[in-house]
Design a protein around this ligand. Structure first.
Ligand code: ADP
Ligand code: MG
Length: 550
């Protein structure tokens, strides 16, 4: 098998040769002929590193009409880094086709400059979904002439909360074009997208798809502003195995936090724009080798940072844009591992967490900063684990032992254990002796700041109101209610109107056209694993169908 037999044009074959690609990888061999035919929607499942970029990139380039200077294909992918990577790969593939233009658009960078780039006549757009939607809404990108849409790393995009954005983009282009979906795993969400938006796709699976999709847990901790650093410290102490990335907003903050951590005895370093390239490389090398456990970074400096095994991403301060939150948290849970994204917020910022949940379709778990006792217990358990697991080098250590035994001869075993533990552990006992609770107390009389979604979801005229027996007390947010309704009924979220959250119950509005569907589907609905009761509410109390439980 070689590239010639796949039907690729000579310029592309020449590029393969100069890139040193001799034989097509399995996904390429199976996908390229189908995709070149341009007649089918496509689902390709293959693990990372199996050559998916060329599998869709080569046919895509071949389909481009070089004489037309307008968008003909879009590729959606989860992160800025991937976006740049794919763009770069495609440019390599198209190196002998001088009139093929490829543009990358992604969040966190100047939109004006990207618009200018697009205006130069890009035919292939590689984009993160949020930014693409933004560009569509600003009418800076017209999908009218787009014949192919590629979803790369579809599972990852869903993990990162792009579901709604993708839905919106795809519902814009459904019907007239071909969609090619690539993914390493096939979780329910991806299968649903394939069902909903692809028509009679051809499926190709290479190898065994990665079994578990990316697993990021989002948590937030509410602290008083003055306790931000203290909160960080406690979270670090509570996770003795942490290999973490702490994000700050500014260089100064990055420096301050890293310095404070160093002074407090942590293996931490700062990564920010004021460092020279060689200083940066040095810090990155130390982090990769795990001789530092905590890297404190600005968003800009951490761009393109590809380190596996990061266990925690901590948002010392939340970023200004939702999309950046997604990029940040995507640094953890790589290569099929689990990870945790933690936001430290003050009370005023709860609202921003709610917005993030809504915009990114995420769920945060509101957690309490652990108290001194549980931190000490955790550290002690970790110390014991390390001692139990320590390899003893019998031959080397033997010659030193007689002196050690002589010195410790008068101390009995129990006392000895106490002293060994204390030698390592006293710092925590001192730090956490009488440590106060720094969690912000809930004041039940005050309403949570994120009252309703009125601003985002305009009230509709012809709607039916429903009630549901969960509310703020249950840590429910409007996004969760929208998801519950959409998941159960299959209706699109834009048919749901205003949502009002009360303490124990909530109300939502549904467009008349979708009422029957909602009514029939929420009978056995569950939210976060518990059964909920949904009832229709009528304006006049006398007509309220109190007996009708759905
Ligand atoms: P995926 O998207 O499936 O994770 P990539 O498309 O990024 O994988 O490809 C992984 C690596 O394999 C890249 O470094 C790419 O240059 C290389 N590669 C892709 N196709 C071939 C090929 N046919 N022969 C040799 N190397 C290839
Ligand atoms: Mg890829």
């Amino acid at each position: 098998m070689n590239f010639e037999t796949l039907g690729l044009r000579t310029e592309l074959l020449r590029a393969m040769t100069s890139l040193g690609f001799q034989t097509p990888m399995p996904i390429q061999a199976q996908a390229i002929p189908t995709l070149l035919s341009g007649k089918k929607d496509f689902v390709g499942l293959a693990q990372t590193g199996t050559g998916k970029t060329a599998a869709f990139g080569l046919p895509l380039i071949q389909h481009i009409d070089q004489t037309l200077a307008r968008p003909q294909a879009v590729i959606m992918c989860p992160t800025r880094e991937l976006c740049l990577q794919i763009t770069n790969d495609l440019k390599q593939f198209a190196r002998h086709l001088k009139k093929v233009h490829i543009a990358a658009v992604y969040g966190g960078a100047s939109i004006a400059m990207q618009i200018a780039q697009l205006k130069k006549g890009a035919q292939i757009i590689v984009a993160t979904p949020g930014r693409l939607l933004d560009l569509i809404n600003r009418k800076a990108v017209k999908l009218a002439q787009v014949a192919y849409a590629v979803l790369d790393e579809a599972d990852e995009m869903l993990n990162m909360g792009f579901q709604e954005d993708i839905d919106q983009i795809l519902s814009n282009i459904r019907g007239h074009r071909h969609i090619w979906l690539f993914s390493a795993t096939m979780p329910k969400g991806v299968a649903k997208i394939a069902r909903q938006y692809l028509s009679d796709p051809e499926y190709v699976t290479v190898g065994k798809p990665n079994s578990s999709p990316k697993n990021i847990q989002h948590r937030c901790y509410v602290i008083h502003e003055k306790n931000r650093y203290l909160g960080l410290k406690r979270l670090i102490d509570f996770a003795p195995e942490m290999f973490g990335l702490v994000f700050c907003r500014t260089r100064q903050e990055t420096r301050d936090v890293a310095e404070a951590l160093l002074q407090d005895g942590y293996q931490a370093e700062a990564l920010h724009g004021d460092l020279s390239q060689s200083q940066r490389d040095y810090v990155m090398r130390k982090f990769r080798q795990k001789s530092i456990h905590i890297l404190v970074a600005t968003d800009v400096a951490a761009r393109g940072l590809d380190v596996d095994n990061i266990t925690h991403v901590i948002h010392y301060n939340l970023p200004g844009e939702a999309e950046i939150y997604t990029h940040r948290s995507g640094r953890t849970a790589r290569a099929g591992k689990a990870g945790c994204s933690i936001a430290l917020i003050n009370k005023k910022e709860i609202r921003r967490v709610r917005e993030l949940e809504y915009k990114r379709n995420l769920r945060f778990e509101f957690c309490k900063i652990p108290n001194g006792r549980s931190i000490c217990e955790k550290q002690l358990a970790s110390l014991m684990d390390r001692i139990v697991q320590t390899d003893v080098n019998h031959t080397e250590i033997n010659e030193y032992l007689p002196a050690v035994y002589a010195k410790l001869a008068d101390i009995d075993k129990e006392e000895l254990i106490k002293r060994f533990v204390s030698a390592e552990f006293n710092r925590f006992l001192t730090d956490y002796h009488h440590a106060e609770d720094i969690n912000v107390k809930n004041d039940p009389k005050r309403k949570a700041p994120f009252k309703s979604e009125k601003k985002i979801r305009p009230r509709r005229k012809k709607t039916q109101r429903f009630s549901i027996n969960v509310g703020r007390r249950d840590n429910i947010n409007p996004g969760a209610i929208v998801r519950m309704i959409c998941d159960n009924s299959g209706i699109r979220s834009n048919l749901i109107g205003a949502i009002d959250l009360n303490h124990k119950s909530s109300f939502f509005e549904v467009a008349q056209s979708a009422v029957a569907q909602v009514r029939n589907s929420v009978r056995n609905a569950t939210l976060d694993g518990r059964h909920v009761q949904v009832r229709e509410v009528f304006a006049d109390k006398r007509y309220q169908r109190s007996a009708s439980r759905y």
